[in-house]
Design a protein around this ligand. Sequence first.
Ligand code: ADP
Ligand code: MG
Length: 301
Amino acid sequence: MKIVILSRGPKLYSTRRLVEAGIERGHDARVINPLRCYMNISSSRPTIHYRGEELDEFDAVIPRIGASVTFYGTAVLRQFEMMGVYPLNESVAISRSRDKLRSLQLLARKGVGLPVTSFAHSPDDTEDLIKLVEGAPLVIKLLEGTQGKGVVLAETRKAGESVIDAFRGLNAHFLVQEFIKEAGGADLRCLVVGGKVVATMMRQAKDGEFRSNLHRGGTAKLIRITPTERSTAVQAAAIMGLNVAGVDILRSNHGPVVMEVNSSPGLEGIEAATGKDIAGQIIEFIEKNARQGKTRTRGSG
Ligand code: ADP
Ligand code: MG
């Protein structure tokens, strides 16, 4: 098969591993910067071009689209979908998962456990917004942050109000969330591939930090998850419509709660913690599922 990996970082661990795994399994794997792709959006023959060359020979596309380029990156992916190229994760599913509010609403609708979360527009409602999550300590999150950036812990109600005012002053959209203190700065990363949890790790925040992101100095270790945690992760990925997802779960007093579902989960931490060939499993999934035109939405929705 001919596989294209949409990534701006050919040297990044995850990108390199996907290329390696593709080649190891006898495929052609090529990394292409989505920002250098341009498109001809015609109804009869949609095309994608890259540095003067037409890209028309691919069977499958693996999106590794950074959060800062979601808009353009998903547009390029959608164009591949229109051409019938099989996407590992579909553009609509990626857009859905990148919006924390939209994701939580979709998960809530299906009864998935979530931290108590509130959302408002008007500054007049700040006091009640904080009451809805049972007061301080509370977590305030920008809707489109990643790698722990834009996630703030307010220890007191006053601190919470100041942060909310500051975010509002910047015209930023944010969520207010109960702080799951009992998680002790740890969360579970469950890697789902094709409806199965194929690897799990526990990430622990460094001392004095509540965010467990590896980018924020968190450390990863092996962990066994419970059957409920496993089914929660699988369900969350399915609701988002993602074939490959990193589902982040906190162990709360009211059971497992999903914090977010990542559509381009990093492979470095989880392969190191588990010793598993996750990139190989992803390529294997593509081998079993990629068919010309087998895109559920075909670039719509
Ligand atoms: P990002 O997209 O930036 O990774 P997350 O929502 O995943 O944002 O939050 C980053 C980290 O902060 C999580 O991995 C977790 O360790 C911690 N965290 C986030 N929300 C909560 C919460 N409600 N209670 C406790 N810890 C939280
Ligand atoms: Mg996260």
